[in-house]
Ligand binder design. Structure first.
Ligand code: CP3
Length: 351
């Protein structure tokens, strides 16, 4: 196959780019009226499991904003479901997984053999999206991290204090390690399936890694991420690790072999670049709620992030976490225009 030149991939590889690439975490979603129209007819899980529908909503933000990367429409929780838990999305309550995983017996009942055979709808959607994108825009596949998946599997529902997973961490760490090791194998196989189906980059969401005390982060999350990147090495597919938890976590993931590290919005991008920019490309990190703000401030904050890199390669512009469901679409258009105009200007100034 012909080697394509994608701005997103070139920035990750720190190769020359004509401007800073941009995509938005959760770019397919409820802030888009065309997404709402699909959801009026089909529930969320049906959209995920029907390749034609998943393809349609994956492409919606690309049509509207011409982002520099598409991300497959799916959810991190399809893995626990394929392992045997019941997955529901309750209106206004977020995801629910049942039964909760609390004991060795619960873990033994999870089924991991031939896991990817229960996720073929994801591979089918990837093939369909690639066909539609036709080499114009790269497609990102993704998974949750083992720790983040374990959090949902053990808690069963959204939580404030992470009581059940932390209780397990501090009463029977070996049992938690057993589940995390299973998930590390599952996530690796799942991402390999996505790469083989046509995903041109992958991102692992370690959304809850930051709830672990820093001295235990590698043991319960980071080391599993490192195993996953090393399992993917031979596929030569760019890997991004997104962990919410600040510069200290970026540094801890510095030797992970990841090509890019996601920077959350609570982290100062200038400091992140100084301390971790030499370890990998960086992605981020506009505070998602800035998109509720005045245009003047959206522009000011966007320029501030872009100026950290001065138009140099090695940065993918994104939010510092997923876009919120009620963000005005016009503000997203304004952000997209601002990133494009500003990064071209910075390129000209510094090249
Ligand atoms: O980025 C994209 O556009 C791709 C699609 C995507 C979704 N979920 C679609 C989705 C991705 C990459 C995810 C990842 C995901 N899912 C994460 C990790 C990233 C993060 O934001 O931290 C997590 C923790 C989940 C679990 C999950 N799924 C939650 C907590 C929720 C409910 C939150 C909410 O906004 O209601 C979901 C549901 C979900 N996943 C929606 C979408 C578009 C909303 C479903 C709807 O249409 O009602």
């Amino acid at each position: 196959m012909q080697e394509k030149s994608y701005r997103y991939i070139n920035a990750i590889r720190k190769q020359p780019v004509d401007r800073t690439p941009l995509w938005i975490m959760r770019q397919a979603g409820r802030y888009l009226p065309e997404y709402q129209a699909v959801r009026d007819k089909y529930d969320f899980i049906t959209v995920c499991k029907t390749p034609e529908l998943a393809t349609e909503v994956t492409l919606q933000p690309i049509r509207r904003f011409d982002f520099d990367a598409a991300i497959l429409f799916s959810d991190i929780l399809v893995i626990p479901e394929a392992m045997g838990q019941k997955l529901e999305f309750l209106e206004n309550h977020g995801p629910k997984l049942s039964p909760q995983i609390l004991s060795g017996k619960d873990i033994s009942e999870l089924s991991v053999n031939n896991l990817t055979s229960r996720l073929t709808y994801v591979a089918d959607a990837i093939r369909m999206v690639r066909k539609e994108l036709n080499g114009k825009t790269p497609l990102i596949g993704f998974s949750g991290s083992p720790f983040t998946l374990a959090t949902y599997m053990i808690e069963g529902k959204p939580t404030r204090n992470f009581k059940f997973i932390k209780q397990l961490m501090y009463t029977d760490p070996q049992l938690l390690h057993r589940l995390l090791s299973m998930l590390t194998v599952a996530v690796s196989e799942y991402l390999i399936m996505q790469i083989e189906a046509g995903a041109e980059a992958v991102q692992v969401f370690d959304t809850w890694g930051g709830i672990i005390p820093p001295h235990l982060y590698l043991e319960f999350s980071g080391n599993h991420l490192k195993t996953i990147t090393s399992n993917l090495k031979k596929y030569n597919c760019p890997v991004t690790l997104f962990s919410k938890g600040g510069i200290e976590l970026l540094e801890k993931l510095g030797d992970s072999g990841a090509d890019m590290l996601g920077v959350d919005w609570m982290t100062d991008m200038r400091e992140a670049r100084e301390r971790a920019g030499h370890l990998a490309a960086l992605q981020g990190n506009l505070d998602p709620t800035i998109l509720y703000g005045k245009r003047e401030i959206i522009k000011q904050e966007t320029v501030k992030i872009l100026e950290v890199f001065n138009g140099q390669s090695g940065h993918v512009f994104n939010l510092g976490h997923g876009i919120l469901p009620d963000i005005p679409v016009d503000n997203v258009s304004f952000l997209v225009d601002t990133v494009r105009e500003t990064s071209v200007k910075l390129q000209e100034k510094y090249s």
